[in-house]
Design a protein around this ligand. Sequence first.
Ligand code: PLP
Length: 434
Amino acid sequence: MADAPASAALFERARAVVPGGVNSPVRAFRSVGGTPRFVVSATGAYLTDADGREYVDLIGSWGPMIVGHTHPEVLRAVTEAAGRGFSYGTPSENEVALAEEIVARIDPVEQVRLVSSGTEATMSALRLARGITGRSRVVKFAGCYHGHVDALLAAAGSGVATFGLPDSAGVPASAAAETIVLPYNDIDAVEAAFAADGEHIAAVITEAAPGNMGVVPPLPGFTEALRRVTRDHGALLISDEVMTGFRCSRAGWYGLEGPYDSGAPDLFTFGKVMGGGFPAAAFGGPADLMARLAPDGPVYQAGTLSGNPVATAAGLATLRLCDGDLYARLHHGARTIAEAAASELTKAGVPHAIQWAGSMFSIFLCEGPVRNYAEAKGTDSAAYGAFFHSMLDQGVHLPPSAYEAWFVSGAHDDAALDRVVSALPAAARAAAAA
Ligand SMILES: *Cc1c(COP(=O)(O)O)cnc(C)c1O
């Protein structure tokens, strides 16, 4: 592992005043070991760390930086917006424009309420579903992550998987007792849960195409079947598109898999891409359901910084750049990296499975296919750690966890892709040796 003295010094300072030295656990490198790189700047496809080393970035802030870092058009929109004030506490036009952009992209979504994080979006969608149905239970799938909402922090994938915590301390039994955790891609389990408990279930929440246990797309017919079963039992279907929204296609995963014969999900949640790197997220659905929110309806939901003018300007500028050309570039970048990785891992004799949701992909270091969380846990974390550090030493920053998607951006041009591809042979050999 290469030394990173400036990052190491910052990490030591951080650990004195921030728990674990980080503000989101996966950044701490616990599952891969070593020193997290403190980034001082980011442009296009590259990160620069405190030691002055440059990396091709395949984290993309975990999804938001779909057009690349500091894109000139987004920067201009943000600078202009900031010059007009940081936060008003009143309605403003950018919020309307961002909502219009989202509604124009996803047919079943007629209205959205803006919030500041994906966690807030899923928490609010869940409250709305419970308010509409008057029921309390919720079904989620093992390995799906929906933010750190109490009721949804059971078998929650990535960050939680990385730390091997089955659950979080501090979540009251009463909150978890209302959550039914089922294996993903198992419609029989869903039918059995509804047969046993259907009249108490407010909603099924699912990642539209899970990316938080690595990428595990729904098997053909699974989402349709969820729609059918929930409707038969008067429960809502919440499609969490915080990661996939505006990433998998201009209309997210829904744009690839929908519309469904059995009907659209009731509520959708969005985040990541739609904030363009700033705190903006949303939940939405048909107008009659969204009318149940305050001030029109009885379900309370609010936010001091919701619809923030700078965040909405960044989100709007980013979404306007998410056109056919951008999706073609993402597709090319992702295929180039994944095919090269597959070929090098094969040469090095490392078992692996590359899985896709549109241009979103991840590489499991185990035999595929991976259809659920139990199978995802077969990935070889030690081999991934060796692979990760070899890439890092060669100037490519992968996600520091074996359970994450790799994110390319529109700024990953041939030069950036070449750097990734030329780092792969040594990384594959390191994984084989681990
Ligand atoms: C990232 C993520 C969240 C949580 O979003 P935050 O902005 O981190 O709170 C929720 N759901 C999914 C599917 C996500 O990937």
